[in-house]
Design a protein around this ligand. Sequence first.
Ligand code: HT7
Ligand code: ZN
Length: 874
Amino acid sequence: AVAIRLEDYAPAPYRISKLFLDVKLAPQATVVTAELHIERGNATKAGTPLELDGDGLELEGVQIDGFPADPAAITATPDKLVLHSPPADPFVLTIRTRVNPEANTQLMGLYRSSGTYCTQCEAEGFRRITYFLDRPDILSVYTTRIEARKSDAPILLGNGNPSEAGDIPGTDRHYAIWHDPFPKPSYLFALVGGDLAAVRDTFTTSSGRSVDLAIYVEHGRENWCDWAMDSLKRSMRWDEETFGLEYDLDVFNIVAVSDFNMGAMENKGLNIFNDKYVLADPQTATDQDYANVEAVIAHEYFHNWTGNRITCRDWFQLCLKEGLTVFRDQEFSSDMRSRPVKRISDVRLLKAHQFPEDAGPLAHPVRPRTYREINNFYTATVYEKGAEVVRMLKTLLGPDSFRAGMDLYFQRHDGEATTIEAFLACFAEAAGTDLDQFALWYEQAGTPLIKVDCTYSEENQELRLTLSQSIPPLPGQDETDPNVIPVRFGLLGEDGKDMDLVPTPASDVSGDMMVLKQRTQTFTLQNVQARPVLSLLRRFSAPVRLDFDQSKQDLLFLAQRDSDPFNRWQATQTLATRELIRLAGDARQDKALLPDVKLVDAFGETISDTTLDPAFRAQTLDLPSEADIARDLGKDVDPDAIHAARQALRKAIGLQHHSALIGAAQLDGEAFSPDAAAAGQRAFANRALSLLAVADEPGTAELLKTRFDMATNMTDRISALLMLVHNGLHGSEAALAAFLNRFQDTSLAMDKWFMVQATAPKEDAFDRITALTAHPLFDKTNPNRLRSLVQSFATGNPTQFSHASGRGFDFVADMVLEIDNRNPQVASRLLTSFRSWRALEENRAALAKQALLRISAEDDLSRDTRDIVDRCLQ
Ligand code: HT7
Ligand code: ZN
């Protein structure tokens, strides 16, 4: 496939000011009539051909200004419609296409999910419905008429506001007309037709307009929508209060479907969701699910301004809407919950997904310069690193200038399809500063590494900090320029309190922040009365790695005393990572694994420090994951050694603090509430339990089985099940059977049942997983189910996926090949689980390469999978 390059961007030669779509829904033969109002661009010569995008379309007819087009004047293929010499003046092009929603297994364009007709048009799905200039800089006003059999689809939904509906006399059919007054790109088009239940509410905007809200779900699931509705109303209020942004239509509809490639989609006025991010009930959803529903509902709602009202000029600018909207949803969740705990979990996620992406063959800048398949760029780099870049902008400019920049952006670019340059210009102007160097964050791939050198002079009472930045070489990126890096910091005195900070005049230190701009820069602080303990990169003020040889003693001090909760947590993680790397080295040499006593003791303090937020304590007790350790090692990774090391440290903590953990594992017996405080209590109790489970003292299996049997909510139930199964404890088979029996008709709960087994770090897990692919409830055509078994195996079970025999790689490779022609997006995403193969020890790396080569040897791979396999092997 040809590479598309940012530098080749050119505006389209024609505009489509408005369109009328008439969609007659039928399972296998939906007829779409599109009436496109087309105008020649100002710089376009009369007679310039018009090329419309299509993808697998069956054309039934074309008219120009109401007359059938001369067949010699057009060329039509399933993937293109060309008008060789269109009229010079504005004209109406009417196109009739026929599509088969039931045969649409890619879940892009118009498809059916459990009988409901629905659409997914981002990024290039609209061209699977009709021929169009399917690119985000073509903004048009849409009117959609949807027609269907009443019995099939009593509910008919479109973008914008409802304008008309009625029966078609003499038939069993009906129709609805929707009009969206806001010009939008085709990727935001949506329609839904189905037999769905509606949960309704209203929201009054700050200017007093009433908005009708509805969430549409499968009948019988109405009671599972309360949390989503509550989250939606809180999001709407938050955007008004935080950014002054009000909702703009009379209705806001959300539809939950069970077959969806991603999380959700922000179609104008008609969000379509993977039901996993809508439905929440204490018996079937965990606290994490509740938090995810809140965040995804907010994210999609916030897109109404950052994405819809102001959209992207081209797909290279994807981070313009995604990075910014992730930043906004993170801020919303921080305001709804504990800000430090939210920051810790966001950074954990960034390090788990984005850092490895940025260090391997799939690395790309936040704004890529080239792509072969845009669907492969909905990545952690565009989303999560993109959000970090916006966060740094706020950190560097301060909250007031940041808000002024956002206000200017909305005022200046409302109704436009724009670029990162235009976005940054608003902040530069509002803050009266230059952001040219800052823009490098969008241009350069790779995670900067900051080497820290710190010297204290008692004589001069001066602390000198030398920071040097570099980005390790990546394929296609040898040289890089220095970034602007905000480094928040603090100095702790002997008493553990923050010292006053007195920078040398004219230094790049302002308040508690150093701004690193050069490759190497020295920052000097004066009046430092005694050698301080340095707390660096507080709140994780930049998405970088630190190379700082801080002493164990200082880290232990920070772990207990730092006033910045993030760095308190980070200090424990750093200590644990060092220890786990040491233990993994010992494991490889078959030495006895003897965890450091001081570190084990330090965990005891966290367990019993009741002044700390339980959610924070849960985060601290959660050791770096096996993948985290592998990433920090970076090469010659032996997953078995890492697993053994982590188990040894967890076991030592579990044994040493057994009685404190038994106390910590008690549940408070209060009635279930999904709020952050109650969820934090559960997280802490279950984390304590998980350490006990590894220690496996007499009575532990019984305790876990009782917890499983008596659980009053899914959080407690699934964590007890996971501990039983992952530790191979007595009672695990009975618990799995009981879970299956109870939840076999509840798809979202069954996803968890598959996931628990897929991620068990046990030799026999592989046979179990392969057997589960033949389970009657395993349906590889459903993306959630496939992810729950196969993707969670590939990304959440390092010892078994990267098994020394190569069987884990082969299994995943077979799955990729099996699903690739059905659903390329899901296949290529699954394949990205190979991205760190080169960091494995040589035998495993060779086996992973073999599996990749086997995929590569297939010659009818989708563009999606071909792109990932080529990049993994480059
Ligand atoms: N903007 C949405 C992205 C999305 C998507 C992209 C490609 C294929 C299918 C998709 N479904 C949703 C989701 C979001 O970031 O809000
Ligand atoms: Zn988004």
